[in-house]
Design a protein around this ligand. Structure first.
Ligand SMILES: NC(=O)c1ccc[n+]([C@@H]2O[C@H](COP(=O)([O-])OP(=O)(O)OC[C@H]3O[C@@H](n4cnc5c(N)ncnc54)[C@H](OP(=O)(O)O)[C@@H]3O)[C@@H](O)[C@H]2O)c1
Length: 252
């Protein structure tokens, strides 16, 4: 089904920005939000110049703010007339090992953004999609890190992305027999601001253009879930749960 009006959170950089470009090129109208409004405004200028037939709405939004998430999503709906696809993408990495005082604030910020923020976005999205009652597509950006609890500095991020995946699976079950479709995405490493801050070599990383092209393609198919790119991450997903803990301990 052609989803004409697409809301993307975290559209000021990386995957969200790349998806905005991909869907603009396919002629879709966009509702883009993030905290850095200046970046969104620049992006809107570029996209509407390149694709004058589309409408691009931008709003500033911190996804950890409960009242603002509902307000901004509703505002986008009013501006575009309807929301046909909502992509819950905003997220952060960082934090550090659990139980170290210096990392506490970073881990809490990560949980607020990735877990509370995703919950709030899902809540606002489902409320709108149910009310519209004409079908719609909810997409959640989990991660390959959700497939197995990871040690050290990755622990909180992995847990947060497992929570996102769990929201996706639950809402997918809720949507059975309704016109709503829910897709949970498990991307492997894609080079963005997020990966740039991690330092060191990142295995199997792909460039943002390719990553977002593959993600957009997967989103258009509207599966219940997708691992992107499939190689080498599908076989990794199949085996990572079976690894002994002493092997997983080396993954930090
Ligand atoms: N890159 C990867 O390898 C990879 C792999 C698997 C999953 N993912 C997931 O993909 C998503 C996008 O990540 P990315 O790699 O594209 O990273 P990124 O370039 O750092 O982009 C993150 C986006 O989230 C937004 N954001 C962060 N905190 C926010 C908040 N409190 N309120 C609103 N927006 C917020 C940022 O915008 P502002 O700072 O302007 O608010 C930015 O637009 C994340 O959920 C991430 O976990 C990434």
């Amino acid at each position: 089904m052609l989803r004409r009006n697409i809301l993307i959170t975290g559209a000021s950089s990386g995957i969200g920005l790349g998806l905005a470009r991909e869907f603009a090129a396919r002629g879709r109208n966009l509702a883009l939000c993030a905290r850095r409004l200046d970046r969104l405004t620049e992006l809107r200028e570029v996209l509407t110049k390149t694709y004058p037939e589309i409408t691009v709405e931008v709003r500033q939004l911190d996804v950890t703010d409960p009242s603002r998430v509902h307000e901004v999503f509703e505002d986008f709906r009013s501006a575009l007339g309807s929301l046909d696809r909502i992509i819950v993408n905003a997220g952060i990495a960082g934090g550090g090992p659990i139980g170290r005082a210096s990392d506490e604030e970073g881990n809490l910020a990560l949980l607020r953004t990735n877990v509370l923020g995703s919950y709030l976005q899902c809540s606002a999205a489902m409320s709108i999609l149910r009310e519209q009652n004409v079908g719609g597509h909810l997409v959640l950006m989990s991660s390959m890190s959700a497939k197995r609890g990871l040690p050290g500095p990755l622990a909180t991020y992995a847990a947060s992305k497992a929570a996102v995946a769990s929201f996706g699976q639950s809402l997918g079950a809720d949507a059975v027999g309704t016109p709503i479709v829910v897709t949970t995405l498990y991307p492997g490493y894609i080079r963005t601001e997020m990966t740039d801050t991690s330092g060191g070599e990142i295995p199997f990383i792909i460039e943002a253009d390719l990553g977002t092209r593959l993600l957009a393609k997967a989103i258009e198919r509207e599966p219940g879930s997708a691992i992107v790119p499939s190689w080498p991450w599908k076989p990794i997903a199949a085996t990572v749960r079976l690894l002994p803990t002493r092997v997983v301990a080396k993954l930090s």
